[in-house]
Design a protein around this ligand. Structure first.
Ligand code: PLP
Length: 401
């Protein structure tokens, strides 16, 4: 790859040395890191050897504003210099402003609970569903809702679940996107239906038109909650503030994280209408949730998306990626919306493509054997997008002859 030095500094010595030290000091939950990254700017990152990468993954749909965005740096720096942390016996203006802003974007009345990650936002929502007096949950096959015990109970992948059984909860699994199966599974004992409006970890799977509406209708009919996990899809990632926005459906619970803080750890569980009152004093809590720095960062992310019209940029980049990827031999289909895309390959070589793309200076990932996931920063330039696709085109020509 390109060995552009990091701002003229000498590249730091040796990725391999850091990986050795990583092995010696970190729990092996992900296997060896692919690279040691030391710097980021816009949609690019640099490794410890000074190699440059176009980042089409953005920390898995997190860095919406890219790396080191001045607005985010300013907001976080100012806030930590003013009031960095307080306990939940108190509040601070950014926390209140962010809750109000999220409800305004959702176009609904309700209440927000702040957490520190997607899993934690989902743990809050899961606990909230218990306040209905019902325990049964209807969850889609292929779903990913996190790795903590409650969230894992709602995550379908056997390899993640089996080593940790028994998991809490009473879950009925339904095939994703099948409205009839959903109608058949929901009854008067169902506490909630839990859905990703677009499944992310499953490989960017978009449900058929009308599916979210059908989920709303059947949950309403049986007095069950409708919970959309927008951890991966929310905050502009799909070209709308929420992936469910175009469906016109109003859910009862929405969970957010990833893109919300632009890299600062924050999650949110939004209860719409009556669902905003499922928790009362003493029901739930976390030390860091709603922290002034994290909430101020999220406000800066949302403000910058609005000010710089980044949702339009997301749509434009979407069109560019679909056009460019669709013209590559060996690419069968491009799924997804906005800047959450699945590139479906004709053979299960996604892991090899991911590795070779990295060597060529492009970061993507492979959520399934035959799919690449593209989830870049919204500030990616069209030139960077074209360069990255050109690199992947060459890689595919080698890997897929
Ligand atoms: N829900 C969805 C839809 C996700 O994609 C993820 C993470 O990939 C999570 C929940 C878990 O979020 P976190 O990794 O922040 O705990």
């Amino acid at each position: 790859g390109d060995t552009t030095p990091i701002h003229g500094r000498e590249p730091r010595p040796g990725g391999p040395e850091w990986i050795e030290r990583y092995r010696g000091s970190l729990m092996n939950t992900f296997g060896d890191p692919q690279r040691v990254l030391v710097h980021g700017e816009g949609a690019q990152v640099w490794d410890a050897d000074g190699n440059r990468y176009i980042d089409l993954l953005a920390g898995i749909a997190v860095n919406a504003l890219g790396h080191a965005h001045p607005a985010l740096v300013k907001a976080v720096s100012e806030q930590i210099a003013t009031l960095g942390h307080i306990s939940n016996f108190f509040t601070s203006p950014p926390q209140v402003e962010l809750a109000e802003k999220l409800l305004a974007l959702l176009g609904a009345e309700g209440k927000v609970f702040f957490a520190n990650s997607g899993s934690e936002a989902n743990e809050a929502a899961l606990k909230a569903t218990r306040r209905t007096g019902r325990t049964k949950l209807v969850v889609a096959e292929g779903s990913f809702h996190g790795r903590t015990m409650g969230a894992l109970a709602l995550t379908s992948k056997e390899a993640y679940r089996t080593p940790f059984e028994p998991l809490p909860g009473e879950v009925t699994w339904v095939p994703y996107g099948d409205a009839d199966a959903l109608r058949a599974a929901v009854d008067g004992e169902t506490a909630a239906v839990v859905l990703e409006p677009i499944q992310g970890e499953a490989g960017v799977v978009v449900p058929p038109e009308g599916y979210l509406r059908a989920a709303r209708d059947v949950t309403r009919e049986h007095g069950a909650l409708l919970w959309f996990d927008e951890v991966q899809t929310g905050v502009g990632r799909t070209g709308d503030w929420f992936a469910h926005t175009p469906s016109g459906v109003t859910p009862d619970l929405v969970t957010l994280a990833k893109g919300l803080g632009g890299g600062m750890p924050i999650g949110a569980c939004i209860g719409v209408g009556d669902a905003g009152s499922l928790f009362g004093p003493g029901n739930h809590g976390t030390t860091f949730g709603g922290n002034p720095v994290a909430t101020r960062a999220a406000l800066a992310v949302i403000d910058t998306i609005e000010r710089d019209d980044l949702l339009t940029a997301v749509d434009e980049l979407h069109r560019l990626f679909v056009e460019e990827f669709s013209s590559i031999p060996g690419v069968v289909e491009v799924t997804g919306r906005g800047l959450l895309l699945g590139v479906v390959l004709e053979r299960p070589v996604a892991a090899d493509v991911m590795k070779a793309a990295l060597d060529a200076g492009v970061i993507v990932n492979a959520p399934t054997p035959d799919r690449l996931r593209i989830a870049p920063p919204f500030v990616l330039t069209s030139q960077q997008a074209r360069d990255a696709v050109a690199a992947i085109r060459s890689v595919l020509a080698e890997v897929l002859p």
